[in-house]
Design a protein around this ligand. Structure first.
Ligand code: ATP
Length: 364
């Protein structure tokens, strides 16, 4: 297994800058997820690691070895794409053994042992002798994983492999991939546009936007301390509440409708002048409901507009008198449509950003 070091990687396609000077250090045995919206440069980064793209500038090392100019077959990587590219009329075992046969150097008994070992790790044993056409989507996914892992690659790359699967299967396979990755200690880079998948799988996330890295960090840090406004709005479900404000006083922000008076310690970071742009964000999970306005709290009067049931909790979409939408999460059945009251902000969970632009840096 290997560390992967990406240094100042830029890839241009004509006038399009797919990745702009990005650097990532991936530890040996680490699972790093590249996550971001469509077109942000995730696949280009992954394909550059694989050797399927030649960087315009920058370098890629596996351990101490510079692999920037090496062909994919000389890099000791395996890759699983959304299109699994299995051979449908071969059995699962024949598919898994294929890379070993292609190497042509191992005796048949060794090939069989390797196939059985990887089949155990990926839970493929039961259907090894079935043809791929006769397997379910989840079983095919496991076969593709087994085939990618059978050569014990130094670096394992996955590009949106779960996007065609139903929600339940997706969850099972995510957990299984993480287990396999940890059991085998593989260095793995996984690409997804799905922030929930990224949060549940990654040791570390690389949140990308517009060809650049918006933030790199473990899932808790990215969720609790988003470094830029883009990260705050991209990570988390339901989406974070966002108030595009201007500084109106020492502790007061206004978004044109609401006057939001910050707690003293949160307001400490507001060193801008009156009128300067600041964005205040708070996650729906960090708002609570009160029927009466609580004293000494940041609270906004609203009425309940939509209730979405998600099990033990309800997502409530509320509206202020001026039409601002604010989303909260409350215990199931706690509120009813049209109910009036206050959404109370947890003062320790406010996120402040210096401006309204998606690149606006965190202030607190
Ligand atoms: P998606 O989730 O949609 O796959 P992504 O984050 O993986 O998106 P990339 O596929 O890396 O993004 O693309 C980044 C940018 O580079 C996009 O603007 C894309 O249109 C462009 N791009 C990617 N490959 C090529 C190519 N072969 N030729 C021209 N432009 C390309």
């Amino acid at each position: 297994m290997a560390e992967v070091t990406i240094d100042n990687l830029t890839k241009e396609y004509g006038s399009i800058v797919a990745t702009n000077d990005i650097s990532i250090d991936i530890d040996d045995g680490e699972l790093v997820v590249l996550v971001g919206p469509s077109g942000c440069g995730k696949t280009t980064t992954l394909r550059s690691i694989a050797g399927l793209e030649t960087p315009t500038s920058g370098s890629i090392h596996f351990g101490d070895t510079d692999v920037t100019d090496r062909a994919p077959q000389d890099r000791d990587i395996s890759m699983v794409f959304q299109d699994l590219a299995l051979y449908p009329h071969m059995t699962a075992a024949e598919n898994v053994a294929f890379p070993l046969h292609a190497d042509g150097q191992q005796p048949e008994t060794t090939v069989r042992e390797s196939v059985e070992e990887v089949a155990r790790a990926t839970n493929c044993e039961e259907f090894l002798d079935k043809k791929v056409v006769d397997l379910s989507g989840g079983q095919r996914q496991r076969v593709a994983l087994a085939r990618a892992l059978v050569r014990k690659p130094e670096v394992f790359l996955m590009d949106e492999p779960f996007s065609d699967l139903d929600e339940l299967l997706k969850r099972q396979l995510r957990a299984e991939v993480v287990r396999i990755q940890k059991d085998l200690g593989i260095t793995m880079v996984h690409v997804t546009h799905d922030q929930e998948e990224a949060m549940t799988m990654g040791d570390r996330l690389v949140v990308m936007n517009d060809g650049e890295i918006a933030q790199m960090g473990d899932p808790d840090t990215v969720f609790n301390e988003p470094a830029r406004l883009f990260v705050a709005t991209f990570i988390g479900s339901p989406q974070i509440n966002r108030f595009d404000c201007r500084i109106a006083g020492d502790r007061t922000l206004t978004d044109g409708e609401l006057e939001l008076e910050l707690p003293a310690d949160a307001a400490d970071v507001l060193d801008g002048a009156t009128g300067e742009a600041v964005t205040l964000c708070i996650r729906p999970q960090h708002l609570s409901w009160a029927d009466e306005r609580p004293a000494d709290s940041l609270a906004v009067p609203v009425s309940v507009n939509v209730i979405e049931k998600i099990g033990t909790e309800d997502i409530v979409r509320c509206r202020t008198a001026g039409g601002t939408e604010i989303t909260g999460v409350v215990p199931a059945g706690a509120l009813s449509f049209g109910q009036e009251g206050y959404l109370v902000f947890d003062p320790s969970q406010l996120h402040l950003f210096d401006g309204h632009d998606e690149n606006a840096p965190r202030l607190n």
